[in-house]
Write a protein that binds this ligand. Sequence first.
Ligand SMILES: N[C@@H](CCC(=O)N[C@@H](CS)C(=O)NCC(=O)O)C(=O)O
Length: 229
Amino acid sequence: MRRPTLFYIPLSPPARTALITAKEIGLDLEVKIVDMFSGEHKSEKYRKINPLAKVPALSDDDVYVWDSHAIAIYLVERYATDDILYPKDILMRTKVNQMLFFEATILFQRLYDTVVPIYQQKRKEPTQENINSVHDAYELLGGFFQEDQKYFCGSHMTIADISIWCTLLSLRFLVPIDEHKYGKLEKWLKLMKTRPTYELNQNGANQHYGFIKACMEGKAFVPAPRTSN
Ligand SMILES: N[C@@H](CCC(=O)N[C@@H](CS)C(=O)NCC(=O)O)C(=O)O
């Protein structure tokens, strides 16, 4: 049987969500690095895989899946041996979906709004408005934890934790998380640090920050060698 192929770049939080989900369920994917620095994601060939010209995307047999949230759901539904990461129970699943939509429409969007003008050399640093909107998102995230809840949707890690984690590791370089203010978030981050996929995530976030810093300083960015880490 052919392995599914993930179109990936370590700098991208959504791409890391897809790869970490695969690793957490023990699925061995083929990883193809998309050279976003040369615009490969905008090529006609890549648009056949993801018409939105974004990374990540997944190809499995003759199916293409794009958007990290859809990919994470697909991987768990198709390949996981249990439903812990994406519970079948309707109420539990609804909680996970809520957090996935929060990540897609609020958290990641705020990272995107902060960094894209910097990539495009329109700005040298985040605006105060960017910073305030990220703090608002942290405030909301901290508030989602109920008293004895370890993860965003209860006592087990789900793909919602993975998705939020990937974006937060990149975002906190730009807007640090004040542990006194957002203690519950810090506690959860410490818990996520114990995952075997932590290094993969942190390395990608470091590369992402290296790229943003180079843009802020007007320097050329030298991407890391083409590996999946
Ligand atoms: N909602 C999408 C977002 C994907 C996304 O925006 N990826 C970025 C990299 S972090 C990208 O491909 N950007 C290329 C572009 O906008 O031209 C997901 O979760 O997969």
